[in-house]
Ligand binder design. Structure first.
Ligand SMILES: *Cc1c(COP(=O)(O)O)cnc(C)c1O
Length: 420
């Protein structure tokens, strides 16, 4: 069981809101760094281990710079994400470009940057060759189809749009070999928010076994294998965190029994996790604006789905703490809502909480990944600021809140005056 402790006090948040009004996300730098170190320590026994942080989870260049300092690369899937990584000083083969349905100009940019390109489809070999030229190193994304049981969030692999079939992998590496590509990788991503370490070990084993077969049949050596992301986090207080040590030792055992046993040149092992790297270390801070009692009791906050989509779209659980009421009994059942004209706009449904009052400060936990990032402007709602709680206790704004001017920036209002 994970205790939902906070890295700040009520007084600290009251001080912060003097400068940065709610709502905002705040990220705990010290905990992010400690977690990154823990991952690298656990996987240090795995050959050539490297983590490429999935930028989509928390696309802020300050965070990327912190993770770079800890030794991580970046996993990008669009042109803006490539540019974010570049701004953070992550370059060349420290970038994995794992996209799908990819526009040609993004292949060109990834190629210019010297990123490792991970192709989602066999037909992209030709597109890449024509638009950007084939690089020395290429990776393919494998969709294991019915070989792999589905995971709750991402579904069954054979229903997923991603990757090459098994047959296409053999054909694809043949083509690369003929075309003079020298260095090869294999990738998959079949999980999301998965808390069972065995799931990742089993996935690794499937990849290692395919590598053994392809190496023999096609006559190539693999330089790396990328096990993807998808490691889950304990959103609920009664859940436990996934042990990096358990995944690492399971992966190592599978590696020994496949790659090593068959005498292959040992490929390096990569991950591209997002959620487990930053998710637990972000908090959405919001103030209670209104309370209403009709058929149910509602807490209306000054945040909304634009700040955190997961509860609204997946019914995902995010723990909520009322600052200053941590030790009060949870006596009242509430729906905690935002202000969108959309009934899904709820952070919690039927949640037992201590008695809430107008002006209370709520902490919505575990918003450090797929939180701010999924924001949108429906109903003219503006995205919040992102703050960084530094290890010395100071606070740095790492993204300002959107303003009405940002909202109007894409409209030509002078054109509107003359428009009849
Ligand atoms: C989303 C995604 C990730 C990261 O997933 P997490 O669940 O945040 O670890 C990694 N790789 C690819 C290709 C993805 O689409």
């Amino acid at each position: 069981m994970v205790s939902k402790e906070l890295p700040f006090t009520k007084e600290k948040i009251e001080e912060i809101i003097q400068t940065y009004p709610t709502p905002f996300h705040i990220y705990d730098e010290k905990a992010i760094r400690a977690n990154a170190k823990d991952m690298l320590r656990a996987f240090s026994k795995v050959n050539g281990f490297k983590e490429f942080f999935a930028v989509k989870a928390l696309p802020n260049p300050y965070i990327l710079k912190i993770l770079k300092e800890e030794g991580f690369g970046a996993d990008c899937s669009s042109l803006p994400e490539l540019l974010l990584a570049e701004k953070a000083g992550i370059t060349g083969e420290n970038i994995m470009f794992s996209s799908n349905d990819t526009p040609a100009d993004e292949f060109v940019k990834a190629r210019e940057m010297g990123a490792i390109i991970n192709l989602d489809d066999i037909s992209h070999i030709e597109v890449l060759e024509k638009t950007a030229g084939l690089p020395d190193v290429l990776c393919f994304r494998y969709n294991p189809g019915p070989l792999k049981e589905g995971n709750a969030l991402i579904g069954k692999p054979e229903e997923a749009k991603y990757g090459f079939t098994r047959e296409q992998l053999f054909e694809g590496y043949e083509i690369l070999k003929k075309k003079g590509v020298k260095r090869f990788g294999l990738h998959t991503m079949v999980a999301s928010n998965e808390l069972n370490p065995d799931y990742f070990v089993e996935t690794a084993r499937i990849l290692f076994e395919v590598i053994v077969e392809i190496s023999k049949k096609v006559g190539i050596q693999f330089e790396f294998v990328n096990l993807g992301g998808g490691i889950g986090i304990p959103y609920r207080p009664e859940q436990d965190r996934v042990s990096f040590d358990k995944i690492a030792s399971g992966v190592q055992k599978a590696y020994d029994e496949t790659i090593v046993k068959n005498g292959l040149t040992p490929p390096k092992v990569y991950l591209e996790c997002g959620r487990v790297i930053t998710g637990p270390y972000g908090y959405l801070i919001t103030s209670v604006r209104h309370l209403k009692s009709i058929y149910k009791d509602y807490v209306g906050t000054d945040a909304c789905m634009a700040n955190l989509m997961r509860p609204g779209i997946y019914g995902a659980y995010h723990h909520i703490t009322i600052l200053g009421k941590e030790n009060q009994p949870a006596t009242t059942k509430y729906d905690v809502t935002g202000s969108l004209c959309e009934n899904n706009d709820k952070f919690a449904v039927d949640r037992m909480l201590p008695k809430v009052e107008r002006g209370d400060l709520l902490v919505i936990h575990d918003t450090g990944a797929h939180g701010y990032a999924m924001g949108f402007n429906y109903n003219g709602k503006l995205r919040s600021a992102e703050l960084l709680l530094r290890p010395d206790g100071s606070v740095k704004q790492i993204r300002r809140a959107e303003t009405i001017d940002d909202y109007f920036a894409t409209l030509d209002l002078n054109g509107l005056k003359n428009f009849k």
